[in-house]
Design a protein around this ligand. Structure first.
Ligand code: FO1
Length: 310
């Protein structure tokens, strides 16, 4: 199975799927949130998925490592470094190893796979591309890089437009093409369609590779991250609205309609089933809230069952 994922929501479903699939799961992650801090490359969506699959993720923060300390950040602040994007002491080790691997000439994919093996993961987490892509959002005060919007400004400004700087020159990696070519099932996780999934699908060749797999009979599903008109976490509902989409699971279904066979909605949105079917999609109505590990495994199982029976 191949899961397309961004941050928190995608990481939880990846964790649930890992309990059923282990090495048969490959995750393709968004790299548009990546940024350089203190001379180091930080890959938030990759690291959130990796820490979650390794079972060391910070449940209360939704990012970073459990039991994290910030002694280095305090010292960095004393040197006058910007520390509004808080890097924990354990988290820094990931950025140091990653930056050193890239400086040694390895591709981002190779560096990340090495880190995952060190974490003992059976699952492979592939960056959507090895080339730099940076998500930017246009607000009423102009264009902002992603983490300035997301962290420094706490997602306060309304998003009027999105762009993914560098994406036109980015290439899908051979590992991603191989994974999509061999996939029995492809799932788009309950991540933010615009901030996490759109950059992945926007890498030249990615959408075509997913469509080609689908044409060969590989079922493609998407899980709604909008439940009852609200995002479980993050600004997806507000961005759906500010970009002119319907702020509901229906709005997300329309966004994915031409790419997927099956759309998964939470029981709260069961009444939308006929309308979603009218888009030509099959619908799975189930409890999609992944509040704990058992729920993550249960949501993953219901998605797997619904796709196996197609
Ligand atoms: N999110 C915050 O709200 N504040 C932070 O200081 C912060 C630091 C951080 C460090 C490493 C990392 O991998 C993620 C971090 N995040 C932080 C979350 C990050 O902005 C999001 O995980 C993604 O970019 C959105 O999915």
């Amino acid at each position: 199975m191949v899961l397309l994922a961004g941050g928190v929501g995608g990481a939880k479903l990846a964790h649930g799927l890992q309990t059923h699939l282990a090495y048969r799961l490959t995750v393709i992650v968004n790299t548009g949130d990546d940024l350089e801090r203190h001379g180091l490359l930080v890959c938030p969506d990759h690291d959130t998925v990796m820490y979650t699959l390794a079972g060391i993720d910070s449940r209360e923060l939704g990012w970073g490592i459990e039991g994290e300390t910030f002694a280095a950040a305090e010292m960095l602040a004393r040197y006058g470094e910007e520390t509004w994007f808080r890097l924990g002491d354990r988290d820094l080790a990931s950025h140091i190893v990653r930056t050193r691997g890239l400086a040694a000439g390895l591709r981002l994919t190779e560096v990340l796979l090495g880190m995952q093996q060190a974490m003992g993961l059976p699952v492979r987490i592939l960056p959507m591309t090895d080339d730099p892509v940076r998500t930017e959002v246009r607000t009423d005060d102009g264009w902002l890089d992603f983490q300035t919007y997301f962290v420094r400004l706490h997602q306060a400004p309304d998003v009027r437009e999105l762009r993914y700087r560098g994406i036109d020159d980015a290439r899908v990696t051979p590992e991603v093409l191989d994974a999509l070519g061999r996939a029995g099932v492809i799932v788009i996780g309950p991540s933010n369609p615009f901030l996490s999934i759109a950059p992945i699908l926007g890498v030249p060749g990615m959408r075509e590779a997913v469509s080609a797999a689908r044409a060969r009979g590989t079922p493609v599903a998407a899980v709604s991250g909008i439940v009852g008109g609200r995002a479980i976490k993050g600004p997806a509902d507000r961005i759906l609205g500010s970009l002119g989409h319907e702020v509901s699971a229906m709005g997300v279904a329309r966004y994915y309609a031409d790419l997927v066979d099956l759309f998964v909605v939470d029981s709260v949105d069961a009444a939308l089933e006929p309308e979603i079917r009218s888009l030509g999609l099959e619908v799975l109505v189930t409890d999609t809230i992944m509040a704990d590990d058992a729920a993550r495994a249960r949501v993953a199982a219901s998605v797997l069952e619904s796709m196996a029976s197609r």
